[in-house]
Design a protein around this ligand. Structure first.
Ligand code: PEP
Ligand code: MG
Length: 548
């Protein structure tokens, strides 16, 4: 029995056979290329493929881990467009006449060494991102050769992955690879990978240091992500104890029941296909369908018919359960220059969401037409993002009324009473919630944006992540104020964004009279278990905490 200590990075117990990977990016031999032009063409093709994969991955990640954590994949896409990096790779191919694989590996190594040597901890963290994009390029260049790093390892038996460093793209694949826990040699609790592991609920211990080399492929390992303790080759008593703890903590899926919950549990969605996952995970509806993501997959504003088919599909999939579709939250973060949305200094506070829609009534009406046409296929609700004034709601209602008139004239069926709601995402909206509540049928409190604006801490900036805290009394007061205004107006309130998945806030939400939570489907099980514990024992902490 070997005991190793590391940093507790993502809580939970994992037990399984160890799968050992020696390096995040495998070494590539220097090989001369006969035809540099052909190598260059191979590299360019691989680059395009990698960029496409990243935009797909971003969409998947938004669903699983939320927008802020997914931005890392947008950053990776930008890194693949970095002129210095591209010049470094192509220069090696053309001047040194080496194969594309070696050029990518070498350029990546040089750049990650530069990042690793920087003083600033945040910038040092970029070295992992360089490695990540290099591995992606290598896999695109030679999927067979680099398959070992994308291998499916689980085959039914739970596995624990040990590797020197965990890259963000890799963590997104862990569940699919049958990995139930992660150990790394280096890294920190604040790294992107550790944050992703926590959101995905994968137990992880990082930074085991020199002890990492004591781990051996195939041995049984117990990992406790709450304390940072690892036991390789455990004795029967240790195994028994930790199996019991695992059981007490409960598999999220095992916690799914039909018991009456004091809060409706709804799922987020980015595409109609997400409905299946939401239903399997026990969602009682879709609380937030981010319709702007329709633009991301094509890079264009979808036509009315395309939008109608997407909305109809998700409504039909949900079989009469409520589906809240948010009108597009387009912003400078989504690069759509052809729509006049240019890069901005402060896209989060810029020309986005309802501001953009009201400035483009011709595009807004297309979306409203598609939504109303789809409304006859299920329980649609329409949600307006980033509202800060009553005037914006009145203008949106005017557009909606106009579209209703058009559809009536064209004899196109639609539901006449589709509920209209607003997102409460700014302190301004929360503070005038009483006025807003008189104009709408429901509120959805977007706690990620609300936290960023209340604390003045950019939700995507890891350097100020310690300030971006949804527990900040200011944020809680704003939530309470909005919920109270909703209660006075007799309209329901849903919580979405990061706070919705925070089980330690469940009691607070119940006390505020919140009626539903909207979370990524993967989080539904944990929240349901915590709600049950709260009802049974009055304690929102998961059972595993008791044994500490
Ligand atoms: C939020 O801001 O909390 C929210 C749910 O919206 P988004 O993550 O799409 O900005
Ligand atoms: Mg938001």
């Amino acid at each position: 029995m070997k005991q190793i200590r590391g940093i507790a990075a993502s809580r939970g117990v994992a037990i399984g056979k160890l799968v050992l990977e020696k390096a995040p990016v495998p070494h590539v031999e220097k090989k001369k290329a006969e035809n540099s032009a052909a190598e260059l063409a191979r590299f360019e093709q691989a680059l395009e493929k990698a960029k496409k994969e990243l935009s797909q991955l971003y969409l998947v990640a938004v669903e699983q881990v939320g927008k802020e954590c997914s931005m890392i994949f947008q950053l990776h896409e930008m890194m693949l467009e970095d002129p210095d990096f591209l010049e470094s790779v192509t220069g090696k191919i053309l001047r040194e006449q080496v194969c594309a694989e070696y050029a990518v590996w070498k350029a990546g190594k040089e750049l990650s060494t530069v990042f690793s040597s920087l003083e600033d901890q945040y910038m040092r963290g970029r070295a992992a991102d360089v490695q990540d994009i290099c591995l992606r390029l290598l896999c695109s260049l030679d999927p067979e050769g680099f398959l070992c790093h994308a291998r499916t390892v689980g085959e039914g038996e739970p596995c624990i992955l040990a590797l020197p460093q965990l890259l963000p793209s890799r963590i997104m694949r862990l569940r699919g690879d049958g990995i139930s826990g992660v150990i790394t040699g280096s890294g920190s609790r604040r790294s992107h990978s550790a944050i992703l592991a926590r959101i995905l609920g994968i137990p992880a211990v990082v930074s085991t240091g020199p002890s990492f080399s004591a781990l051996q492929e195939g041995e049984t390992v117990v990992l406790d992500g709450s304390t940072g303790w690892i036991c390789a080759d455990p004795d029967q008593e240790t195994l028994r104890r930790y199996r019991r703890r695992q059981k007490l903590a409960g598999e999220p899926s095992a916690a799914l029941g039909n018991e009456q919950s004091p809060l409706r549990l709804l799922a987020t969605a980015a595409a109609p296909e997400n409905a299946q996952e939401a239903l399997e995970d026990g969602a009682e509806g879709i609380g937030l369908y981010r319709s702007e993501l329709l633009c991301l997959s094509t890079g264009e504003m979808p036509q009315e018919e395309e939008q109608f088919l997407a909305y109809k599909a998700i409504l039909e999939h949900m079989k009469g359960k409520p589906v809240t579709i948010r009108t597009m939250d387009i912003s400078g973060e989504i690069n759509l220059p052809y729509l006049g949305v240019m890069e901005e200094e402060n896209p989060a506070m810029g020309y986005r969401a309802i501001r953009f829609s009201l400035n483009h009534p011709e595009l807004f009406r297309v979306q409203l037409r598609a939504l109303l046409r789809a409304s006859v296929y299920g329980e649609l609700r329409i949600l307006l993002p980033m509202v800060t004034t009553e005037q914006e709601i009145l203008q949106a209602k005017e557009q909606l009324q106009q579209v209703r008139g058009e559809l009536e004239a064209e004899k196109i069926p639609f539901h006449s009473a589709v509920p209209l709601g607003v997102m409460i995402e700014t302190p301004a909206a929360a503070l005038i919630a009483g006025t807003l509540a008189r104009q709408v049928d429901f509120f959805s409190i977007g706690t990620s944006d609300l936290t960023q604006f209340a604390t003045g801490a950019d939700r995507a900036n890891l350097r100020v992540a310690y300030l971006h805290d949804c527990h900040h009394p200011a944020v809680l007061q704003l939530i309470r104020a909005a919920a109270q205004a909703a209660a006075e107006a007799g309209i329901p309130v849903s919580i979405c964004g990061e706070a919705a998945s925070d089980v330690s806030l469940l009691g607070f939400f119940l006390e505020c009279g919140v009626s539903s939570l909207t979370v990524p489907p993967a989080n539904l099980g944990e929240i349901r278990s915590a709600l049950q514990a709260l009802q049974n024992f009055g304690d929102p902490q998961p059972l595993e905490e008791e044994e500490k």
